[in-house]
Design a protein around this ligand. Structure first.
Ligand SMILES: Cc1cc2nc3c(=O)[nH]c(=O)nc-3n(C[C@H](O)[C@H](O)[C@H](O)COP(=O)(O)OP(=O)(O)OC[C@H]3O[C@@H](n4cnc5c(N)ncnc54)[C@H](O)[C@@H]3O)c2cc1C
Length: 364
């Protein structure tokens, strides 16, 4: 294979142009302004899990490592907002329905030492206007936490890609499905399904739900990665301005106001494992039954409005802890395991991937 001016070798290939890949490429530009970056997607620019993501950014973690990632990501999101004004990101109040016996465990998941507080009767009445028929089981409590954030993952990724592609020497290869990455002397060869080849000195692979079918498939499997369906329903009734989110902690589900869309998003936990992102992915009757049962239990006034939604799959890793590590070559790093909440952790994951390749963290 002979390099041509348009094919490289680039300094860094980023395989995957979802939110993790886009952030990786953006941070790479900030660290090394002269870096020639090759962006690679097997589809169009932003078409995977990121394109359908609800963008809820809860400052929580199942364990200390995840809480650290969430805290770091929040700092980096705030920094991004300063660097790229106009990004869709806003703070909103968050309330929680949780078993009384689980309240202390919920507090333990909140990052940065924050704690929930009980919702008093007056506030509860007001929430009943927003969540019609609001019901909390006798063994449950309704709590408030510090405000959290909601962003626009697709718009963010698009904006970051624009920034990277505005740099001389950066390039986007769409429709290029990488089947393997192999070393050829001082460079890496990325081979596509059709036999074509691109070259780079280093590579970050952020393949989202395609982790099990591509250049890091073996490494991902070895770390226990699997693919699962993620479903977010639409509740077609407009949220009032400034509406809060409501998290059903014991159901791993939430209601998020989508004010620009004039609807609510009801995210549930699908039980459908091993769903190929290239296969037909639909919201099935069992998903709807789960969503209806949840609404009937807690917000019956929303039941008539449950209509359609968005569905895709994501890569889940054990303990929902993302994996960012080298894969088969010291110059190849994989960043996998969004586990249904990869948007909120994406900045810290991207930063970590570059630290493995270039050896230092970004300021601040
Ligand atoms: C319906 C839904 C709602 C969600 N809601 C939330 C939420 O509220 N909050 C939250 O934090 N997270 C949420 N998530 C999860 C979050 O969106 C994902 O974890 C995150 O977007 C994953 O980003 P990614 O960059 O890893 O993958 P993706 O966005 O899927 O991007 C993968 C990229 O890799 C490329 N690629 C893969 N394999 C290859 C290959 N072999 N060759 C070339 N290119 C390849 C693809 O073309 C694509 O560009 C949600 C997900 C879904 C589906």
């Amino acid at each position: 294979m002979h390099d041509t001016p348009s094919t490289g070798p680039h300094d860094l290939a980023v395989v995957g142009t979802g939110v993790i890949g886009a952030l990786t490429a953006y941070y790479a530009c900030l660290r090394e302004p002269g870096l020639r970056i090759l962006l690679v997607s097997h589809g169009s620019r932003v078409h995977g899990a990121t394109a359908l993501s609800a963008g809820f950014d809860t400052l929580t973690g199942r364990d200390e490592v995840q809480r650290e990632l969430a805290l770091r990501s929040t700092k980096l999101f705030d920094k991004l907002a300063g660097e790229l004004p106009g990004l869709p990101r806003r703070r909103l109040a968050v309330h929680w329905v949780v078993a009384r016996s689980g309240a202390a465990a919920l507090d333990a998941t909140l990052a940065g030492g924050s704690r929930t507080t009980p919702v008093d009767e007056e506030h509860r009445q007001a929430l009943g206007q927003v969540f019609p028929g609001l019901r909390v089981g006798g063994d449950q409590v309704l709590l408030s936490s510090a405000p959290m954030a909601v962003g626009g993952p697709r718009a963010l990724a698009d904006r970051l890609l624009d920034h990277v592609l505005g740099r001389p020497g950066s390039m986007l290869a769409e429709g290029f499905r990488v089947t393997g990455i192999r070393r050829d002397g001082r460079r890496l060869e990325l081979t596509a399904a059709d036999g074509s080849v691109l070259t780079a000195r280093r590579a970050v692979v952020a393949p989202g739900p395609w982790a099990l079918d591509g250049p890091v498939a073996d490494a991902a499997r070895a770390r226990g990665a699997r693919v699962k369906k993620v479903v977010a329903f639409h509740v077609l009734t407009p949220p009032p301005p400034g509406a809060p989110a409501l998290v059903f902690e014991d159901d791993d589900a939430f209601l998020l106001p989508d004010e620009p869309g004039g609807r609510w998003i009801l995210s549930i936990t699908s039980p459908d494992w091993d769903r190929d992102p290239d296969g037909p992915l639909t919201i099935g009757p069992h998903d709807r039954a789960l969503a209806l049962a949840l609404l009937e239990r807690h917000v019956p006034g929303f039941v008539p409005h449950l209509t359609g939604g968005r569905v895709f799959s994501d890569c889940f890793t054990p303990g929902h802890l993302p994996v960012v590590e080298t894969a088969g070559d010291p110059d190849v790093v994989m960043a996998i395991g969004g586990s249904g909440s990869g948007y909120r952790l994406a900045p810290a994951l991207a930063e970590h991937a570059l630290t493995l390749l270039y050896g230092r963290t970004t300021a601040p």
